[in-house]
Ligand binder design. Structure first.
Ligand SMILES: [Zn+2]
Length: 201
């Protein structure tokens, strides 16, 4: 059945979201139309505000606001000699929840995946090399990438690339099956994976 045009357009917008099919998109659009105007305005404004105010930290590519570096890079409580490399900001949030890691991060914004046409140039790797050359105090890099095919390919690539530049390169010791995701890992397991991290050879 055809809906009125504004509703069809709204459904189309929801369909752009990951994991949302035609039926879910219709459900969301109908649900939202039942909200009162004030709630709808609040929702639309948060979306606009987030999109306008959030930018990437120029050091680590975490989300930041206000134009400068993020709250982790600017904190005096963080250990500036250790950088943990992760694929996404979502994983950064998962690791932060463990309270185990006190160093800094570097977000790659993806993993090497030749099947999807994603190579090293599509990730924040050039930026990482640049950062390492500017900060000689960094003496350990922790590769905290999921043990998937893409995660392993990226870990291998970075180990080779960083070996001549950094004293100590470590990776998390996962007591997890291959294919598991950092984001899905519980905090205790992740804390242990940090504690038991081992040197890459
Ligand atoms: Zn930062």
């Amino acid at each position: 059945m055809d809906y009125v045009l504004p509703l069809t357009e709204l459904i189309e917008q929801f369909r752009k979201l990951p994991g949302i099919g035609a039926k879910s998109a219709q459900r969301l659009a109908f649900q939202m139309l039942s909200w009162d105007k004030k709630e709808i305005e609040k929702f639309a404004n948060s979306l606009l505000k987030a999109s306008n105010d959030i930018h990437y930290c120029p050091e680590c590519f975490n989300f930041s606001t206000g134009g400068g570096v993020c709250n982790i890079c600017s904190s005096s409580k963080r250990d500036k000699s250790t950088v943990c490399i992760i694929a996404s900001v979502r994983e950064l949030a998962t690791i932060e929840r463990t309270h185990e890691f006190k160093g800094l991060y570097h977000v790659l914004h993806g993993l090497i995946s030749p099947m999807d046409g994603i190579g090293p140039d599509n990730l924040k790797i050039k930026e990482l090399l640049n950062r390492l050359s500017r900060h000689s105090e960094i003496n350990e890099v922790i590769l905290a990438l999921s043990p998937s095919t893409e995660g392993e390919a990226t870990t291998l690539y970075l180990t080779r690339l960083l070996k001549p530049l950094i004293k100590k390169i470590t990776r998390l010791s996962f007591g997890l099956s291959v294919g598991s995701d950092i984001e899905q890992t519980d905090e205790l397991t992740l804390a242990k994976a940090f504690e038991g991290r081992r040197e890459c050879i």
